[in-house]
Design a protein around this ligand. Structure first.
Ligand SMILES: Cc1ncc(COP(=O)(O)O)c(C=O)c1O
Ligand SMILES: N[C@@H](CCCC[NH3+])C(=O)O
Length: 439
């Protein structure tokens, strides 16, 4: 077992995060409850920024808000001087509501709607990462209509395969994202964008996957992109001011994961970009990255209440909690692995191996298959670690289970940053049958 950030065991044997007893939090705010270690998020953000500062290069670290978007989270990213990656009108709206400076927002997405693009233009979003020909045309029309010269990056698919789960690979050729770098699509897109008076092409973007533990993929992607940039300089006189290498930096979910320090990714990326820029004889571009998971993943812990139990003799002990795939779909979707402890009895002897089941009506609704735990019973709390990324943001109302609350903790203080959904919230958008109204 390992603890992240400020997590520790207090003298009651309870899990404490940010100087706050998680059992007290569970009692006050109910369960399931997401708790974020704010100091750890700050540390991660500073780690990325300092890694670039050390090299004295121009860089932007954009928080990929898809990992966890809420007003408070976006404000925290702002406080830490991060830029922001949004992929939908909803994420953009959240950022704007949080007062995030629009010029530091980058707008992504493989199927942005006309309305979403107009929203971005209305609010003066810093740059739009154009993903496909449809968008290129639509955005050109809109920019013309607005009388604007829109700053764009072109998202390319460099054909680099990162070592990760199949479903979260996005940099390979057979991908729904981006212009293919190798089959002429990226060349055509760049040529079109450069020939339009309504675009200012800042540079190129790629994202090769997620939960990546090696630097090789990033280096390779940079090499492939610069190979093209070399050609584009000759053909179109194009010199990018920005090269964005995306996110995807891996984190430690369980003791089996062994992530490399963030500075190693950054060192390799910076060195390769410097080398490539000098070889191609172009000025050093700004390097942008957009980490999500590695900023917030291990800062999040979910607390559940233990409920029912079912023993299948000689097979398995199922222990159920009051959440599941409705608040963490990653085990069901990616076979993702997590570790957990009893928050109220962290140091008790772990005398059985149990399977942690969720409460959804779905056999695949399992959070952990083989967790060593003290014999747990109702009244105990389970703390599942590393749920900060793609937990709340992928939460859903399957079985009409309300989404949990989210609490930030720091320096002994807790702040509720997302309220728990209520049953009223669940039916708020429902419209009764006409025949039942006013009866
Ligand atoms: C374009 C883009 N940028 C950034 C990210 C963030 O990835 P991660 O959370 O793995 O850092 C993603 C998600 O994989 C993405 O698709
Ligand atoms: N949602 C995924 C990662 C996809 C990232 C978005 N491109 C996860 O939970 O790991």
């Amino acid at each position: 077992m390992f603890f992240h950030g400020t997590s520790r065991v207090n003298d009651k044997g309870h899990l404490e995060i940010g100087g706050v007893d998680t059992v007290d939090l569970a009692k006050e705010y109910g369960t399931p409850l997401y708790i974020y270690d704010v100091a750890l998020i700050r540390e991660r953000a500073r780690g990325f920024k300092e890694a670039f500062q050390k090299h004295g290069v121009k860089a932007q670290v954009a928080y990929a808000s898809k990992a966890f978007s809420s007003i408070a989270m976006v404000q925290l990213a702002e406080e830490e001087g991060l830029s922001l990656d949004v992929v939908s009108g909803g994420e953009l709206y959240t950022a704007l509501q949080a007062g995030f400076p629009p010029e530091r927002i980058h707008f992504h997405g493989n199927n942005k709607s006309r309305d979403e693009l107009m929203m971005a233009l209305d609010h003066g979003v810093g740059c739009i990462v154009v993903d496909n020909f449809y968008e290129l045309e639509l955005l050109e029309q809109l920019s013309k209509q607005y009388g604007k010269k829109t700053a764009i990056l072109l998202r390319v698919t460099p054909g680099v395969e990162a070592h990760t789960h199949d479903y979260i690979l996005t940099g390979q050729e057979d991908s729904k994202f981006g212009f293919d770098l190798n089959n002429g699509q990226a060349d055509e897109a760049l040529q079109k964008a450069l020939s339009s008076p309504h675009f200012s092409v800042m540079g190129i973007h790629c994202h090769i996957g997620s939960q990546i533990f090696e630097t090789t993929g990033f280096v390779l992607a940079a090499q492939k992109i610069f190979q093209k940039i070399g050609q584009w300089k000759e053909t179109y006189g194009f010199i990018p001011t920005v090269v964005n290498l995306g996110g995807g930096f891996g984190i430690r979910y369980t003791s089996d994961d062994d992530p490399i320090p963030v500075s190693e990714y950054v060192d390799q990326i910076v060195e390769e970009v410097k080398k490539q820029a000098s070889e191609k004889n172009i000025p050093m571009p700004e390097i942008w990255i957009e980490p999500g998971r590695s900023l917030v993943g291990d800062a999040g812990t979910t607390i559940y209440s233990i409920g029912s139990r079912k023993d299948v003799p000689n097979v398995r002990h199922y222990v159920a909690v009051d959440g599941g795939m409705s608040d963490n779909i990653r085990p069901a979707l990616y076979d993702a692995k997590y570790e957990a402890v009893l928050a109220n009895r962290v140091l008790d002897e772990k005398n059985e191996i149990v399977a942690i089941a969720g409460k959804c009506c779905e056999s695949g609704d399992m959070l952990i298959w083989d967790l060593p735990l003290p014999k747990a019973s109702p009244g105990d709390y389970l703390a599942v670690f590393c749920t900060g990324a793609y937990g709340y943001s992928m939460a859903n109302n399957y079985n009409r289970i309300p989404r949990p609350a989210v609490v930030f903790v720091e320096n002994g203080e807790a702040q509720l940053v997302v309220k728990r959904e209520t049953y009223e919230d669940l039916v708020r958008l429902d419209v009764p049958l006409k025949t039942k109204v006013n009866k």
